[in-house]
Design a binder for this molecule. Sequence first.
Ligand code: AMP
Length: 196
Amino acid sequence: MRLILLGPPGAGKGTQAQRLVERHGIPQLSTGDMLRAAVRARSEIGRRAKAVMDAGQLVSDEIVNQIVSERIDEADCANGFILDGFPRTVPQAQALNEMLADKGLGLDAVIELKVDEAALMQRIDRRVAETIAAGGVVRADDNAAALSKRLDEYRLKTAPLSSYYAETGQLQVIDGMADMDAVTQQIEQLVAPSGR
Ligand code: AMP
């Protein structure tokens, strides 16, 4: 099963992706996580991406397309994967189509978590508080200034993906404001019937 989770920052994509991982035994491919790992490792990609990420802007399509293409060739993706945070622009969606076609693969579903923007800041504040309580490190872009930029980027560059995937007939929209378990149930209903 190959899935894309779409939705703005704080919509719950990461949480739902984790649940899909546990239930379906396929990996979550979060470009944000991969980029943060590259920043920690101080790799070439990490050095190029860090300032852009901290400012809440998007890293270049070229960088993320390459990391995704390499990642889906790995053995643990053989039975599928959940894309979380990719694609984030229409050119990335086109690149994904091409890379999947080249590899002889297709997408099973594109699921958008629709949320009320006013709730997003509160959700991010909660994520920060939970991270601190658990003794973790707060993300450099989980603050008001960067979040506002991330939302601008989302509206401008990522929201058009809804129309893109609506036109291909792959888009499924669910209510991301429902409680977490209800959202999980809605997702399972979308992905389970085929038994993939
Ligand atoms: P995320 O963890 O998905 O919220 O991503 C954190 C940051 O990583 C974003 O604000 C971007 O700077 C960068 N990023 C993650 N995925 C992408 C992507 N597909 N395209 C461009 N930048 C990305």
